[in-house]
Design a protein around this ligand. Structure first.
Ligand SMILES: [Fe+2]
Ligand SMILES: [Fe+2]
Length: 296
């Protein structure tokens, strides 16, 4: 451990659970899985495309940092983090393959660019990679709160498979929200590199997701329509309004992700999951129910 001032603080959850993402996506799934909302569907599709490149990068970074860290509790959290991210990106690959098969083979060239981009990032210093990882995760914290608390407004009437997958991913992001930050603090703890990581981890990833969205809208031959442009701007504004405050708080010197309160629905989901019999598929969310309750 490089930062002698680092001391482990208990996290908000009792454990980081390794869950199976056994979503049985229908082969004929419509890539516009939020009916009547092409832009929002492709916004999330663009982000989904980034995950098989981003999440392995986060895992590589955490694995490298494990060799430098001695705190047993943090090391156990880092193992849990990598298990969860590993499950996430593998499920995103299955989903993304359906998107490509069902109308968007153009995504492949973008995927190649993302692979190269993350290979370049992996060559930077471990401090820089950890700062990116912690920064990205702090943005994700805002993203998870947005998706979970506004789930009905965002995904009302949408595909239950895709909605359930995104929301379960977000529940687990909330569960492991402290790990990358702790790893950065244990390894370095320096303020300014962490601030740079917040910007880089957030804007790089979201930028790549937006490119994916634009590729899909271009394929759909709607990209240059004024209505589409307005909807894209509206979607990005909604993202900024909901996630921005989390980013601003992450920039403050005393920031700790433990200060961000977990949504009650997330806690209910985690509690409900424990009642699921072993080997049983996770029940899907009822996206037609305006309360979209936990599915257990
Ligand atoms: Fe993830
Ligand atoms: Fe994560």
């Amino acid at each position: 451990m490089n930062n002698p001032a680092y001391k482990y603080i208990p996290k908000d959850v009792s454990e980081i659970v390794n869950r199976d993402f056994a979503f049985d996506f229908p082969a004929d799934l419509d890539p516009v899985w939020i009916p009547g909302n092409r832009v929002r569907s492709h916004f999330f599709n663009g982000l989904s495309l980034t995950m098989p490149y981003l999440e392995p990068f986060l895992m590589r970074t955490i694995s490298k940092a494990k060799k430098e860290i001695t705190d047993k509790e943090l090391l156990a959290d880092m193992t849990g983090f990598n298990q969860q991210e590993g499950n996430h990106y593998k499920c995103h690959i299955r989903f993304n393959d359906i998107l490509k098969a069902n109308g968007y083979p153009e995504f492949e060239a973008h995927e190649k660019r993302m692979f190269e981009s993350y290979a370049r990032l992996s060559k930077r210093s471990l401090r820089s990679q950890l700062a990116y990882t912690a920064g990205f995760e702090s943005m994700t914290n805002g993203f998870t709160t947005w998706l979970i608390t506004k789930r009905a407004a965002l995904f009302g009437g949408a595909s239950s498979h895709v909605t359930s997958f995104w929301i379960m991913h977000m529940v687990e992001e909330t569960e492991h929200k402290t790990v990358a930050y702790d790893a950065y603090m244990a390894y370095s703890g320096e303020y300014w590199p962490r601030v740079i990581g917040v910007f880089r981890g957030s804007f790089h990833l979201v930028g790549l997701g937006i490119i994916g969205m634009l590729i899909a809208l271009k394929k759909d031959k709607v990209l240059y329509r004024p209505g589409t442009i307005l909807k894209v701007l509206g979607q990005l504004l909604s993202f900024s309004v909901n996630v921005g405050p989390f980013l601003i708080r992450a920039l403050l010197p005393g920031f700790n992700p433990r200060d961000e309160k977990d949504p009650q629905w997330m806690k209910d989901w985690v509690k409900g999951y424990k009642t699921l019999p072993d080997g049983e598929l996770i029940p899907l969310l009822d996206t037609r129910n305006p309360a979209m309750p936990v599915p257990f």
